[in-house]
Write a protein that binds this ligand. Structure first.
Ligand code: SAH
Length: 210
């Protein structure tokens, strides 16, 4: 399968619903974010090993999360779990030149590789931070959107705190049976919506699994 075939499949399956998400996925070269020996599989709709026991998310998951988050140009977005940097690049396309993507990764080697890759591909507006993202990243808070690409035991409080009023947070919750939860902050109100079953590596940290 090539990139265009994959995108068409994701449209037919209902994962891609907007022109903006379609454009972003068409733009980012996923083959640059997977290990050399897996390049032939870059446009199969599947997660792939990236080392250190971690995976690059499947394209349909990146599409689904991008649509649910409704990311607009100019937004400041926090990603927890940089991994390969692929999802961060898609988000960078969605926020555009006036936006900012901050991505936190706990494994320094993955963070370094992702940062180099993103630079090389021209994604200068992505800031990669090494640390425990279960606590968010306070220095640049608050954020318009926050999403977590690893599963948490419960919705991390720090992440809700670091959302702007009107902001949205997307986080997989659970150990074996994980559900993708969409959290909306509206004044003092927190609205939580269940978006269905998903499968992610565990979020490891203070507000993650120990
Ligand atoms: N978004 C990534 C997928 C990453 S997989 C991509 O597009 O490739 C999830 C990542 O979350 C892993 O790299 C893992 O090391 C990281 N992770 C797990 N717990 C974390 C934490 N508390 N803070 C930051 N990153 C974490």
């Amino acid at each position: 399968m090539d990139k265009v075939e994959l995108i068409n499949k994701l449209i037919n399956e209902g994962y891609i619903r907007s022109e903006r998400v379609k454009k972003a996925l068409l733009k980012v070269p996923r083959e640059e974010f997977v290990p050399e020996h897996l390049k032939d599989y870059a446009y199969i709709d599947s997660p792939l090993e990236i080392g250190y026991g971690q995976t690059i998310s499947a394209p349909h998951m990146v599409a689904l999360m991008s649509e649910l988050l409704d990311i607009k140009p100019g937004m400041k977005v926090l990603e927890i779990g940089t991994g390969s940097g692929y999802h961060a690049a898609v988000t960078a396309e969605l926020v555009g030149k006036d936006g900012l993507v901050v991505s936190v990764e706990r494994i320094p080697e993955l963070a370094k590789k992702a940062e180099e890759r993103l630079k090389k591909l021209g994604y200068d507006d992505v800031i990669v931070v090494v640390g425990d993202g279960s606590l968010g990243y306070k220095p640049l808070a608050p954020y318009d959107r926050i999403y977590v690409t690893a599963a948490a035991p419960k919705i991390p409080k720090s992440l809700i705190e670091q959302l702007k009023d009107g902001g949205k947070l997307l986080v997989p919750v659970g150990r074996y049976m994980q559900k993708l939860m969409l959290v909306e902050k509206k004044g003092d109100e927190i609205i939580v919506k269940d978006c269905g079953y998903v499968s992610f590596v565990p979020l490891i940290g203070e507000e993650g699994f120990r």
